[in-house]
Design a protein around this ligand. Structure first.
Ligand code: HEC
Length: 127
């Protein structure tokens, strides 16, 4: 009985430690353990990198230019996707992601930006 309890606490502690290590390792303490962070890791990280550093798709984090897009533009990219001739395609999530999930993932991307980038994006019309 007491061994079970001990094992359970050890497991719990291991889980918490793993969670902390993931959060710290990936974005200097970025909020991966949030609805937006989980949506990002599940749907976007393969193409935009685990830290938003870019891969097949451009960087979305601090090294990217996504802060030049208003919230409305970012949401439109995510729901409709992006198709440009000669470039890899980004799929759209219309009907597969709720408005809340889209908003959460945008919030997560912003959490990867510097304060200056956030201010830059906020200054955009409709941003
Ligand atoms: C299959 C690969 C792929 C996946 C998955 C993907 N993207 Fe993209 N994304 C791209 C590519 C490629 C581009 C650039 C397209 C272009 O410029 O023609 C892009 C562009 C973008 C841009 C515009 C960036 C800028 O600076 O203009 C945003 C924002 C974006 N993606 C967000 C997301 C989000 C959020 C997700 C997850 C919900 C996601 N993407 C999932 C491939 C992907």
């Amino acid at each position: 009985m007491s061994i079970n309890l001990l094992q359970r606490s050890a497991l719990l502690l291991a889980g918490v430690t793993a969670g902390l290590a993931l959060g710290c390792g990936q974005a200097g303490g970025g909020p991966y353990d949030s609805p937006g962070g989980r949506t990002y890791l599940k749907n976007c990280a393969t193409c935009h990198g685990g830290n938003g550093q870019g891969a097949i798709g451009p960087a979305l984090g601090a090294t990217g230019q996504a802060q030049r897009r208003s919230d409305a533009d970012l949401a439109a990219f995510i729901t409709e996707g992006i198709r440009n001739p000669g470039k890899p395609e980004m799929p759209g999530w219309r009907g597969r992601m709720t408005d809340q999930e889209v908003a959460d993932v945008i919030g997560f991307i912003k959490s990867l930006w510097t304060g200056q980038q956030r201010a830059e994006q906020q200054a955009l019309a409709g941003g």
